[in-house]
Write a protein of this length. Structure first.
Length: 332
């Protein structure tokens, strides 16, 4: 099947984080059928990573098999393919697989494909993949970068803030202590704090992604919590010190995810960019020097209208092939 048909097949297999097994088994069968040696790594709760290789890979193409909810069905028109995973990252999987077929046809050896689970939910698959023996010198990670070679990506720091108070009748507020008020005060101070900037990556940003608390309008709320995500341009440790200083022990803080920003490899002849999102690259520490490239726009990812350009998708097949060849030549 061509790259458009393969993208459709992948999109039509739902694989929201935690439910990637069916798409992994589909890929394992397909990759075996084109002559690659395929290994399934079942280290993440029966959600297999897929590692396919020809020879002993020096260069590995990699992206993730999971998607965010909700599932969005496949559709297409003359210009675009639509559906959950179209650009993040099932279209990219299809382009990498078709690039692998082209490399096989050209009798190229010593390259591989690594498709991991859980990128959208903590990168458990990437962490597990480090246990796979390999001698890779380069990892080409796929995320939608608008077909530009990304020179760096921001890190991430996720924090759960929990405030405790004392419940009471709202007609007698002096008898209680509002956990919601405490939490709002902390969040207001966090929004006012000066966050770090980096010359290449830009500004640290903060998103208050989830808020919940209270019992009813006529009850002083005894509990409240918020989940906050920072996009990091320095180190997570230095940002934690800033956040902890602003919170000043007024609420309980648990850091549930942390990864530092990364800077990735250059190749002459590519238009370049810097991206604000986080990838599996910081967790894929055993796969050589990283590059970051992919068709599609991150602005389309995670939306009801997620899509990828057919023209850009087709071009990515050749681009992935050429990057593999250039990196292999670099080591010759």
């Amino acid at each position: 099947m061509n790259v458009f048909e393969l993208t459709k097949q992948l999109i039509c297999i739902p694989s929201i984080s935690g439910d990637e097994k069916a798409v992994a088994l589909f890929l394992a069968d397909y990759l075996s059928s084109i002559g690659l040696h395929v290994e399934l790594q079942d280290d993440v709760a029966d959600r297999p990573n897929v590692y396919a290789r020809r020879g002993d890979p020096e260069v590995v193409l990699s992206t993730h098999t999971d998607t965010v909810p909700p599932y969005v069905e496949f559709r297409e028109d003359d210009e675009f393919i639509y559906g959950r995973g179209a650009c993040d990252a099932k279209g990219l999987i299809a382009a990498m697989v078709k690039a692998a077929e082209a490399l096989i046809e050209a009798k190229v050896t010593d390259f591989g494909l690594l498709f991991v689970v859980g990128e959208e939910a903590g990168s458990a698959g990437a962490r597990a993949a480090n246990a796979i023996p390999n001698r890779a010198r380069y990892l080409i990670n796929g995320e939608p970068t608008e077909s530009k070679l990304a020179l760096g990506s921001k890190g991430a720091l996720k924090a759960m803030l929990k405030a405790s108070g004392r419940g009471a009748h709202s007609a007698y507020p002096h008898m209680g202590e509002s956990a919601v008020d405490k939490l709002l005060d902390v969040l207001t101070d966090l929004r006012r704090v000066e966050l770090p900037n980096d010359e290449t990556l830009g500004a640290t940003t903060m998103n208050i992604g989830m808020l919940k608390g209270g019992v009813a309008a006529n009850v002083i709320p005894p509990e409240a919590e918020a989940e906050v995500l920072f996009r990091v341009v320095t180190t997570t440790d230095s940002l934690k010190r800033i956040v902890d200083g602003a919170i000043n022990s007024r609420v309980d803080t648990e850091y549930t995810f942390a990864c530092d920003p990364v800077f990735t490899e250059r190749l002459d002849g590519f238009e370049t960019a810097v991206v604000a999102f986080t990838t599996d690259i910081p967790m894929l520490t055993n796969w050589g020097k990283p590059l970051l490239f992919g068709p599609g726009s991150i602005l389309d990812a995670h939306t009801q209208g997620e899509r990828i350009s057919k023209r850009e998708l087709l071009s990515a097949v050749d681009t992935y092939k050429q990057i593999v060849l250039r990196l292999k030549a670099n080591g010759s």
